[in-house]
Design a protein around this ligand. Sequence first.
Ligand code: PLP
Length: 395
Amino acid sequence: MGISEKVASYLEKGSWIRKMFEEGARLKAQFGEQNVYDFSLGNPPEEPPREFLEEIRSLLDRPGIHRYMPNAGFPEVREAVARSVAAESGLAVEAQHVVMTVGAGGALNVALKALLDPGEEVVLVAPFFVEYRFYVDNHGGESVVVSSSEDFSLDLEALARAINQRTKAVILNSPNNPTGVVYSEEQIRALGELLREKGKALGRDIYLLSDEPYRRLLYDGISFPHVFRHVDNAIIATSHSKDLALAGERIGYLVASPRCADLERLMAAMVFANRTLGFVNAPAMMQLAVASLQGVSIDIASYQRRRDRLYELLTGVGFQTMKPQGAFYLFPRSPIANDITFVQAAQRRHILVAPGTGFGCPGHFRIAYSVPMDMIERSVPAWEALAGEFGLKPL
Ligand code: PLP
């Protein structure tokens, strides 16, 4: 066989994901897009904000912007990001603490390459974004999975038990994909203390990699605790894939807290990783376009309306789910233990959702409501029929 045995095994293990997508495509071809309710992907359906399109138009005539640049990105863009993070965190964040990256996915890979030696461990909190395990493996690390509490908040005792001599980092994602949970200020503070104490006891630096692409998608006026305020060795990985609906443009960034251990060498290592992973630098026009848009985002109120409608719909027919505080996902309990079987039953009703198993949390399923409102309305009879099939009763 030509390809790597490891990659072959990943393809095999993930083959049910491929089968699900193939089945979704088949349903759409057979019954028409209008009659399939696709809640499977977190892909914002709206156009980016008007301000972004204006920026891009004005850049078209600007000379000299398409060339190579410093690997960390344009200095003025890094400055704009630093100003915004400094204002939010209250810390003296500067341009030299920022690396512009190819999306949040690129940012996480760059940070992991900069941090990991072979066999070092990275703690993931389940449920987690599917790609984390692969990203950790890309750089020779080992993933250690810790479950969250019943209500999907952090289980700090379980986290404490998971940290040992080989731990290099914890990856946290808030607002969370797939649960929509925003970790509280108290939890982030406690996590900061835990990492500080463990680091001291073990005589090593343990980093928090805070994955925040949904940072601006917050509901009900909830505030977002800034990790830099509570965690010394914190690195933020994020992007404008969701808040500016630019997922295909691949623009994001890394920011290290000015309180990080070994800060200068950490930054040098991340710039080196950005270069040698072959990204070289983040897309030039996108960097320039987002520089002045750090305070801009898509219409959050319309996401909140979709969240409210779906929450009302699902609980109304008997599904058990928490109300998300951010991001654009719901993570209800599957009415049967086997979430893959449940997801297949949903497909037969033309509802496409993702099984919790894929996020390290079986017995649940994920609904992405980054979909048009009219699709939610069209899906109502299918949800009612699905709930009826599993004998659910309105709560
Ligand atoms: N992290 C989480 C939790 C995500 O949900 C996603 C994308 O869905 C990413 C990272 C990757 O984001 P990007 O498209 O900016 O690479």
